[in-house]
Design a protein around this ligand. Structure first.
Ligand code: CAO
Length: 461
């Protein structure tokens, strides 16, 4: 009987309580070094926890839904005879599992491999902190053998959210066997996950389209490389690393901007009466600040109810229509933009929403939002109204299909049919996914929003 080793969650940055979404092995399974044992998924990325060495799974320490952090023990593995050999194939495999070096015959996994994923959720370092097995003589012996190729260099940009395809290990193996880059395959399963059928469809499409089209079949953009400029040649500079949030949100924004055909519909709402009401409310409600944003949340919910295709997500050729109303709010924090979600906004009143908005914005600015706080949104609102501006083009928060941008309200002379009257006008900028929403629907949606904000009594209907 070989020694028993613990398989632990490797360095996943500052993330804690990341849920197990798949258990990939069972007790008694024979596993290879580096084989995925369980899959963890935050709202930003998916990663597998790999077996530290080849052997037999003698005990599983986790189940679906358990929330894990760095160092959590996932399983116990009895080392196989091969992995205990001081030299030879077994020892070399264990070595490969630990230092991420690979012989030429070993397939080098793509960005979705178990090596690559952990840093997606982690610190974005340039090399992956791989799991180590303390006091493991077989691994110590194995690591005495120099790897036959240099360690795989980890490219954070290749695995940033948006670059990391959502797929089960079986689908990844299948794709690897066919030589398919999963980053080019559109996932049609729930949450954008790539199924085996998606990979098959991708291959069929590529073959049918011929060699040139096959390259582009994944929708890859054929872009010029990023300009490399020595800025210091032109004057003094200072280089600052991007925050982790900026790197993560930047990758998401770039994907959403490139993959969604955005159109932005601009409109204005006359909020003169709404503001008078809000001010009166502010005089009596001293324990919470009521800003225009909560009225926008209520009006957005009513508009989503009336226009269900805005409360939807694309799932391959299907549109998933949601019967719940969870509204994401873009919050500007010192470390970058985050989008916490207010759940069941349809069931909450103006004051409850105000308390919740204050609480989540404070949590966001303190950097204490959890993945759960930022998941499940149906539609987002990005309000720059407290700062300024007359209009902007917000980027859709995929897999949502629309986002409402709000700029600063201004007093304007508005013709009432007989004279110009001073009215407080609120600029609305609705960006929508043109694959799902037509321009006419977007114009109706914003006009309806403006109508509701112009007369809040309509929200009671
Ligand atoms: N027009 C005029 N004034 C507005 C307004 C609008 N559309 N919206 C808010 N205001 C006023 C508020 O009433 C408040 O005024 P008082 O202090 O006089 O009462 C002031 O602006 C500040 O409001 P606020 O920003 O603190 O509160 P909010 O509820 O409007 O917004 C939050 C909360 C968290 C959304 C906001 O603070 C924030 O982070 N906004 C930035 C979002 C962002 O960065 N979006 C860009 C995404 S794309 O890169």
């Amino acid at each position: 009987m070989g020694a028993i080793h613990e398989a632990k969650v490797p360095d996943i940055g500052n993330h804690t309580g990341v849920p197990v979404i798949e258990v990939l092995v069972k007790v008694g399974d024979v596993v290879k070094a580096d084989q995925g044992l369980v899959t963890l998924e935050s709202d930003k990325a998916t990663m597998e926890v790999p077996a530290p060495l080849a052997g037999i799974v003698t005990e599983l320490k986790v189940k679906l839904g358990d929330e894990l952090s760095e160092g959590s023990v996932v399983a116990l593995i009895e080392a196989s005879d091969a992995s205990l050999l001081p030299s030879g194939e077994g020892a070399r495999r264990a070595d490969e599992g630990q230092v991420s070096s690979r012989t030429p015959n070993t397939p080098v996994p793509g960005p979705s491999s178990s090596q690559a994923s952990p840093s997606v959720m982690g610190s974005g370092q340039s090399s992956v902190p791989l799991p180590t097995v303390a006091a493991n003589p077989s691994v110590a012996a194995a690591s005495a053998f120099p790897p036959s190729t240099p360690p795989v260099v980890f490219d954070v940009s290749a695995v940033a959210p948006g670059s990391v395809p959502h797929a089960s290990p079986a689908v990844r193996v299948f794709a690897r066997e066919l030589g398919v880059d999963l980053a080019k395959v559109a996932g049609s399963a729930r949450g954008g996950r790539i199924s085996k059928q998606d990979v098959q469809a991708f291959v069929k499409g590529a073959l049918a389209a011929g060699p040139v089209a096959a390259v582009a079949a994944g929708g890859g953009l054929s872009l010029l490389p990023w300009p490399q400029v020595d800025f210091a040649k032109f004057g003094a500079i200072e280089s600052q690393p991007l925050s982790r949030i900026k790197k993560l949100s930047g990758a998401n924004l770039a994907r959403n901007w490139a993959m969604i055909p955005h159109v932005t519909q601009h409109d204005q709402a006359d909020i003169t009466a709404m503001e008078a009401f809000r001010k009166r409310l502010g005089e009596t409600q001293k324990d919470v600040k009521v800003t225009p944003l909560v009225f926008l949340i209520k009006a957005a919910v009513a508009a989503l109810r009336k226009f269900p295709t805005f409360n939807a997500s694309l799932d391959g050729d299907n549109l998933v229509l949601k019967k719940y109303f969870h509204i994401g709010i873009a919050v500007d924090t010192p470390n970058g933009l985050v989008v916490p979600v207010i759940r069941d906004a349809d069931r909450k009143g103006i004051l409850e929403l105000s308390h919740e908005l204050a609480a989540i914005s404070a949590k966001a600015r303190d950097g204490k939002l959890t993945p759960a706080d930022m998941s499940g949104g149906c539609f987002s609102i990005s309000s720059l109204g407290g700062i300024g501006g007359t209009a902007f083009t917000p980027i859709i928060n995929a897999p949502e299909v629309a986002i409402l941008g709000v700029s600063k309200s201004q007093l304007q002379p508005v013709w009432d049919g007989g004279a110009f009257a001073p009215r407080l006008m609120l600029p609305l900028s609705l960006s929508y996914d043109h694959r799902v929403i037509d321009g006419a629907a977007a114009a109706r949606f914003t006009a309806f929003l403006a109508q509701l904000l112009g007369d809040l009594r309509l929200l009671l209907l």
